[in-house]
Write a protein that binds this ligand. Structure first.
Ligand code: ASP
Ligand code: MG
Length: 452
């Protein structure tokens, strides 16, 4: 049993949905049952719906209503294309009714001039709820016995609207009753990602990009053997393709490595969204709908100790380094607390920290309060800052047990001035801080050394 989650670009239009149908058909033929299908809204639809809600709440009702009509047209056109037969009437009637309701909500919001988080969720959820209906009907039309599952009855959450947290026990029970029972009856369950509901039945959403999370929840709930995240890239890459001309596809990595890489902006998938899968040891595979024959990137709970010495490189630009020096730090306790209290006061997160006997260097991403922070720090230390710096991060589980890899990283960068070098307790990541201008060259050197 596998779960197949399709992102916005993989359901963007009828030709994308036709590719989805063939991918589902193949999985079904291979496994003899399933798969469970989770879909995003068509690409851009969630943004458009949130735009509708925002415009409606500020009395730009006409603007909002015009957008509703565009969305209606996009869905009805896809429905005519994918479901031309007798089933079209029911599908189109459903879509029409939903968009009529949305238009009514827009008019009401224009009067109220206020959009509550609860209302926002009802509007935002429409993209997934309608698209999952559409995909279900398209699968049936293509001869695959699919059944729509209402995500509001399958994913049970708290009432933290717009970023609700699932309640695991209730959700697992609901998923077994809905998704699993459909598979056991020989059909393909299809549900919208991103959407859930409170135990009282109020519609909620799981936060932007939440369909991956839904995919993982479904996989964990029905104890799938694999969760597939279908998207528009081949998988995770060994480095940023804007810097490295031909990065390698990472065939396999551990969840911990994925977490380190994602933190530095390797955007394919946010690892916290697949936590439910990892906790149950269910492998997650990233695959490309445009090239379904590829093997993608496999993410598993275990460390990936085979393959290249490093798993991937990541970087972050526009970083500011703050150096804090004080002889009062020597042999004293409480100094670091005073330093970090200042950052806390300004709600500024610190990324990398290195210390010596009399100095601390930190990097921050958010520059808004740097001036205020340095001002307060200078009450008890000497402070200097440097902008236009970058972080370069080499990630690999093998760094833990093979110290020569870290040594190689540093020696490959020997002619690049490094401001800070840090290897934290996890020891699966070594991060260097350097001038932004040196980043492309440094990344190229590392990539040549470890990936070519
Ligand atoms: N459609 C939602 C969003 O755009 C959820 C998702 O696609 O993952 O955030
Ligand atoms: Mg997404």
């Amino acid at each position: 049993m596998v779960v197949q989650k399709f992102g916005g670009t993989s359901v963007a239009d009828p030709s994308a949905i036709r590719r989805l149908i063939e991918i589902v058909r193949q999985a079904r033929t291979r496994d003899g049952r399933g798969p469970a299908v989770v879909v995003s809204a068509m690409s851009g639809v969630t943004d458009a719906l949130l735009g509708v809600a925002a415009a409606a709440g500020t009395a730009r009702s006409d603007d909002a209503l015009a957008r509703v009509e565009q969305l209606r047209e996009r869905h009805l056109t896809a429905a005519r294309d994918l479901v031309p037969g007798a089933e079209n009437a029911a599908l189109s009637a459903h879509l029409t009714e939903a968009f009529d309701q949305l238009a009514a909500v827009v008019r009401a919001l224009g009067v109220l001039r206020e959009v509550s988080p609860r209302t926002l969720d009802v509007v935002a959820a429409m993209g997934e709820l309608l698209n999952s209906r559409l995909v279900t009907a398209a699968l049936v039309e293509a001869g695959i016995p699919a059944e729509w599952v209402d995500a509001r009855r399958a994913i049970v959450t708290n009432d933290d609207h717009t970023r609700a947290a699932p309640q695991m026990r209730e959700t697992n029970a609901a998923l077994r009753a809905s998704v699993l029972s459909v598979i056991e009856a020989g059909r393909v369950p299809v549900l919208g990602g991103f959407v859930g509901a409170t135990p009282e039945g109020h519609t909620t959403t799981l936060g932007r990009g939440g369909s991956d999370y839904s995919g993982a929840l479904v996989g964990a709930g029905i104890d799938a053997k694999e969760i597939q995240i279908w998207t528009d890239v081949d998988g995770m890459l060994s480095a940023d393709p804007r810097i490295i001309k031909s990065p390698r596809l990472v065939p396999r990595l551990s969840f911990a490595e994925a977490a380190e890489l994602a933190y530095f902006g390797a955007k394919v998938l946010h690892p916290s969204t697949i936590l439910p899968a990892v906790e149950r040891n269910i492998p997650v595979r990233i695959l490309n709908t445009m090239r379904p024959e590829g093997t993608g990137t496999l993410i598993t709970a275990e460390p990936s100790l085979d393959g290249t010495p490093l798993t991937g490189l990541a970087s972050k630009r526009d970083v500011t380094v703050i150096d804090i020096t004080s002889t009062r730090m020597l042999m004293a306790y409480g100094f670091l607390r005073r330093v970090f209290e200042v950052f806390e006061r300004f709600r500024t997160a610190v990324d990398v920290v290195t210390t010596s006997e009399v100095s601390v260097s930190v990097t921050v991403d958010d520059r808004r309060y740097v001036e205020a922070i340095t001002h307060q720090l200078s009450e008890f230390a000497e402070v200097s800052t440097e902008q236009e710096m970058a972080l370069l991060c080499a990630v690999g589980d093998r760094l833990r047990d093979e110290p020569e890899i870290a040594a190689r990283v540093v020696s490959v960068l020997e002619e690049v001035p490094l401001r800070m070098i840090s290897q934290a307790a996890s020891r699966r990541n070594i991060t260097v801080v350097l001038r932004q201008a040196d980043l492309p060259h440094a990344m190229q050197r590392l990539h040549e050394e470890f990936f070519s």
